[in-house]
Design a binder for this molecule. Structure first.
Ligand code: NAD
Length: 226
């Protein structure tokens, strides 16, 4: 039964909450390419630098507030079954009220053991410091997916896409795989949309492009749904 409405979201939906996309940030952090900081190799070589990078992201997330796009998606849950598949590591969907969120790239407000990935902790403080240990005595790292690591909940995300009656892709360049490949899983007879202000946005076959900011286009599209 195709009843679910699936949102596939990326950094662009949180841009208007003040959280920069990597591209808007120039793809750099303190002169390093973001892909070189958020990587398993960087963690091996210089974990303090990686922790500092994510501490800064976490501070920005704590200071940010959900915007009307997050809120419109959450409000839709009162009327239909909604699944949000997000590449974002922030918690703005949850703070807006969404209850069904798959964080395929992890969550910045959580820490994870480096010896046992099943040991995940909600952070009580703003930073993860060297010497912060899991209950098995190993260093904690952010519970986020570094570039090159396997993503979370991919099977669940695929299943959601396959059962979707409508799919809305918001604020993602669709360049980070495997998540970008999820768009192809949607049924051919589902209504499918891509929202982005970028005239060079990738728009997969079968998707309708709504060019504009998430804060304008998401509430406009959802107004009369279901
Ligand atoms: P991305 O690949 O997610 O692309 C950002 C997209 O958002 C672009 O297509 C851009 O045109 C679009 N966009 C910009 N402003 C928008 C707006 N107001 N409304 C709608 N769309 C808008 O971006 P990236 O920054 O290169 O991200 C790479 C990876 O890092 C992804 O996993 C991303 O989600 C993650 N990331 C997450 C956060 C966060 O959690 N808030 C922030 C930065 C990056």
């Amino acid at each position: 039964m195709k009843e679910t409405i699936v949102f596939l979201t990326g950094a662009g939906i949180s841009a208007e909450s003040g959280l920069q996309t990597f591209r808007d940030a120039g793809g750099l952090w303190h002169g390093h390419r973001v892909e070189d900081v958020a990587s398993p190799e960087a963690w091996e070589k210089d974990p303090s630098m990686v922790l500092a990078f994510y501490d800064a992201r976490r501070r920005a997330v704590r200071d940010a507030r959900p915007n009307v796009a997050h809120e419109a998606i959450a409000a839709l849950e009162e009327r239909c079954e909604v699944i949000v598949v997000t590449q974002n590591i922030d918690d703005l969907h949850e703070r807006a009220g969404s209850r069904n969120v798959l964080h395929v790239h992890g969550e910045i407000l959580k820490a994870r053991s480096t010896v046992d990935p099943s040991l995940v902790y909600r952070l009580a403080k703003a930073t993860i410091d060297m010497g912060d240990l899991c209950e098995k005595g190993s260093q904690l790292r952010p519970d986020v997916v570094f570039f090159g690591e396997g993503v979370y909940a991919l099977a669940e995300a695929r299943k959601a896409m396959r059962n979707a009656r409508r799919v809305v892709v918001v604020g993602t360049s669709l360049t980070v795989f495997p998540v970008a490949g999820l768009v192809k899983e949607a049924p051919f007879d589902a209504e499918r949309y891509v929202i982005s202000p970028d005239s060079h946005q990738q728009v997969p076959d079968g998707y309708m492009f709504l060019q504009g900011k998430a804060s304008d286009e998401v509430p406009r599209l959802l107004r009369d749904w279901p």
